[in-house]
Design a protein around this ligand. Structure first.
Ligand code: ZN
Length: 342
């Protein structure tokens, strides 16, 4: 089997394609022939060594995996070789206080696929079977891989951390990102009125195709005023944020009374300045969101099967061109998901 592994951190890092012996599963594990693996900003942070965890190199990146089971270890009963499957990337323990009540996103022993253990930039991966979910034969595995991490992150934000109600105004930052493109669709499906931000005509057009009725450009400093104008000065009830820095600060200039900013990322800066006076007077909230629960993950697959969300795929690269795929994501030149096909 082959795997694409990071051997030195950097922007870009140093990767190598290596041949390895076939993987053999232990008890409770399965080996999956990877068909598609989505790229995420998590892979870029891992590559750069910018995560607050120590990573043992070499490391195979990639956490958004669909494929076929090819070998099962002892004590695996719900999976059989040949089955098409999806892998949950935040590998929760299932036993800590948080897992016991279903809050898997807060697992105290969580391990991320492609960060703490080798991920899907490989022709095979070995994972605990309880994190592997069968998919129907009819489902396109590229479509599946494109929603598993990005789609379920947006699902956790909009159906768990905040609950979108019909008729609310939802602002989605960065319509072209994986999380953004699914957040627009999820908010629309829940009956919200969606405004999205985009920084080019192609990204604007994508946002409208996905269901946004209004689009503003967050590179233009007057964008919060534009959002207030669209909402007749009320502001938006919920903001889906993952950019951070000064963009997150500006969000509070167009957040309605009682509104919530829910954030799952900080690509443009981790530190913000927040004026607490209007924040508490308007009874606003800033809510963190991290990963997903098992329920969010399964719901995302169900919504894909029901057509409530559609896959948004920018491009698919062969594994040997994964460097080019990473560069495309790093440069922000994407309209939806970039996948590799090992
Ligand atoms: Zn746990």
């Amino acid at each position: 089997m082959v795997q694409f592994q990071l051997i030195e951190h950097g922007r870009p890092g140093v990767w190598e394609l290596v041949e390895k012996p076939l993987l053999q599963p232990d008890a409770g594990e399965v080996v999956i022939r990877v068909r598609y693996c989505g790229l995420n900003h998590l892979d870029l942070w891992m590559e750069a060594g910018a995560l607050p965890v120590s990573i043992q190199l070499p490391r195979v990146g990639g956490g958004e995996v669909s494929g076929h089971v090819i070998r099962c270890g002892p004590d695996v009963d719900h999976l059989k070789p040949g089955m098409p499957v999806a892998v949950q990337s935040n590998q929760y323990c299932g036993e800590c206080d948080f897992c016991r009540v279903g809050d898997h996103s807060q697992c105290l022993n969580s391990r991320l696929l492609g960060v703490h253990r080798d991920g899907g930039f490989a022709s095979e991966i070995c994972v605990p079977s309880r994190l592997v979910h069968p998919l129907p034969d009819s489902l396109d595995l590229a479509h599946a891989a494109s929603v598993l991490l990005a789609g379920s992150t947006a699902m956790h934000m909009l159906t768990d951390r905040v609950k979108v109600r019909e008729g609310q105004w939802v602002l989605v930052m960065g319509a072209n990102s994986g999380v953004g493109s699914y957040a627009i669709q999820i908010a629309c499906s829940l009956g919200a009125k969606v405004i999205a931000t985009a920084s080019s005509p192609e990204k604007e057009s994508l946002a409208r195709r996905l269901g946004a009725t209004h689009v503003v450009n967050h590179r233009n400093d007057s964008w919060p005023a534009e959002v207030r104008r669209i909402t007749s000065k009320k502001g938006v009830d919920i903001i889906v944020e993952h950019i951070g820095g000064s963009i997150l600060e500006s969000c509070f200039h167009c957040l309605a009374r009682g509104g919530t900013v829910v954030t799952c990322g900080a690509t443009a800066g981790k530190d913000i300045h927040l004026n607490l006076w209007p924040f508490f007077v308007k009874e606003q909230r800033l809510t963190g969101s991290y990963g997903r629960t098992r329920e969010d993950f399964l719901r995302t697959i169900d919504w894909l099967l029901e057509g409530r969300i559609r896959p948004v795929i920018d491009s698919i690269f062969p594994l040997e061109d994964a460097m080019a795929a990473m560069a495309k994501l790093r440069d922000g030149r994407v309209l939806g998901k970039v996948l590799v096909a090992p």
